[in-house]
Design a protein around this ligand. Structure first.
Ligand code: ADP
Ligand code: ASP
Ligand code: MG
Length: 414
């Protein structure tokens, strides 16, 4: 007997038929003698719909009340799955975020899980019940509802698995594993049978949305074995684990496109000590996460230009912060561009192989794709390019690093 946490994403929970399919998969694990807790997302599109209502009500909606609204989608699917399991003859009970409870920080809309209660769920398991838990929601110390940031149900699942000391955490989604790039963009993407925590963390943090970054961080810290699988097929998925000898040695494991950032340029910034702190200090105070940063060398008149990226959704707030700080910083002009995308290549093999970045620049140049900014880490190179070129860039890089699989591998189930 194993103890398993199974997580089902929005596409898997979208409607009665699909919830029946989920119930059948859960029943299979129960019938095999396993103890099961299930974490569910809202139906596909539902969280976007709820976010839309908040924006309509007020563009600057109180984040605490935003959380009350957007946490609702997962309550519905949790109850519906419990009903569906019961009608299939499986003992099941739902536990909302506050009933578990998932204790979180008070950072509304981007809260972090601090502690997960296990008493109610373990008692239920001892009675032979499947626990059905809504992902994405939590509770502050003052008992206010929080949510964990978009894609947060993955993190709910890994946190619950760790708290329950589960044997593994299975993430069921609409593709049958982690691929060398988004299989919806590149049909010749290859499925990875195993990937290291370190590489998965980097893929997630540069924008591969198949797992939320925090879920991978947590899995790595807790040494929780995570498996990414399809809700719609029985194909073997991808195991996220520590590096081992069975792993295929690849210099680059993945290419990721992220359309979620926008570019800001400050023109004519005085080139004196402290000025960069004057730019990024106020942005940090406003909880704006700056990603790529490029500072040009000073021109003749002792000024320079500084370019950086911010989350697209925070572009208006970023511009407002910078305009307020203009007198203190002393820049001449503020330019923004949200018609950009970040393309990254990731792989631990980069630590010991030179030339990965050069291959990237050459491949993009061969198609006339202009690079606007570059950042690197030990196991990643990212570039900022015009958004129109995203698909071409991903395809060209996938080929340049020798990642293309046979075309027949391309079929995913969704
Ligand atoms: P869920 O609703 O199940 O949480 P998500 O939409 O959050 O699903 O994540 C799954 C999606 O991630 C896939 O449909 C796919 O388009 C996208 N994706 C991006 N990069 C990758 C990758 N490297 N491998 C697999 N899927 C990826
Ligand atoms: N429903 C939430 C979202 O769409 C959480 C999740 O699905 O992981 O972001
Ligand atoms: Mg997701």
């Amino acid at each position: 007997m194993a103890r398993i946490v199974m997580k089902f994403g929005g596409t898997s929970m979208a409607g009665t038929e699909r919830i029946r399919n989920v119930a059948a998969r859960v029943k299979r694990e129960v019938d095999a003698g396993n103890q099961v807790a299930v974490v569910v997302s809202a139906m596909a599109g539902e969280t976007d719909r709820l976010v839309g209502y908040c924006r309509e009500a007020s563009p600057l909606a109180d984040p605490a009340e935003y959380d009350v609204v957007v946490a609702a989608g997962e309550q519905i699917t949790a109850g519906l799955l419990a009903i569906t399991l019961q009608s299939a003859g499986v003992k099941a009970r739902s536990w909302l975020g506050w009933q578990v409870p998932f204790r979180t920080t008070a950072a509304h809309s981007v809260a972090r899980i601090e502690d997960v209660g296990t008493d109610a769920i373990l008692a239920g398991m001892a009675r032979g019940e499947v626990a059905v838990v809504p992902g994405f929601q939590g509770l502050t110390d003052d008992n206010r509802v929080t949510t964990l940031g978009r894609g947060g149900s993955d993190t709910s699942a890994v946190a619950l698995a760790a708290a329950l000391k589960a044997d593994r955490c299975d993430i069921y989604t609409d593709v049958d594993g982690v691929y060398t790039t988004d299989p919806r963009i590149v049909p010749r993407a290859r499925k990875l049978s195993r990937i290291t925590y370190e590489e998965m963390l980097e893929l997630a943090s540069v924008g591969a949305k198949v797992l939320q970054t925090r879920s991978v961080e947590l899995a790595m810290k807790e040494k929780m074995v995570v498996q990414v699988l399809s809700s719609f097929s029985d194909a073997p998925g991808t195991l996220v684990v520590d590096e081992d000898d069975e792993m295929e040695r690849m210099i680059v494991v993945g290419v990721v496109a992220d359309r979620g950032e926008a570019k800001v340029t400050l023109v004519g910034v005085p080139d004196v000590p402290g000025v960069v702190a004057g730019i990024f200090g106020p942005l940090a105070d406003a909880n704006i996460n700056v990603d790529m940063i490029v500072q040009n060398i000073a021109k003749g008149e002792g000024t320079t230009d500084v370019t950086f990226t911010v989350p697209r959704a925070q572009l208006p707030a970023s511009l407002a912060v910078l305009e307020t700080a203009q007198a203190g910083i002393g820049f001449k002009q503020l330019i923004s561009d949200d018609d950009v995308a970040k393309i990254s290549v990731v792989g631990v093999g980069m630590k010991s192989h030179a030339g990965v970045a050069a291959t990237m620049f050459r491949a993009l140049a061969s198609r006339g794709i202009n690079i606007q900014a570059i950042t690197t880490s030990e196991i990643k190179v990212s570039v900022l390019i015009p958004q129109d070129y995203v698909e071409l860039a991903v395809r060209v890089l996938h080929t340049a690093y020798g990642l293309d699989g046979p075309a027949a591998d391309a079929e995913t189930e969704a």
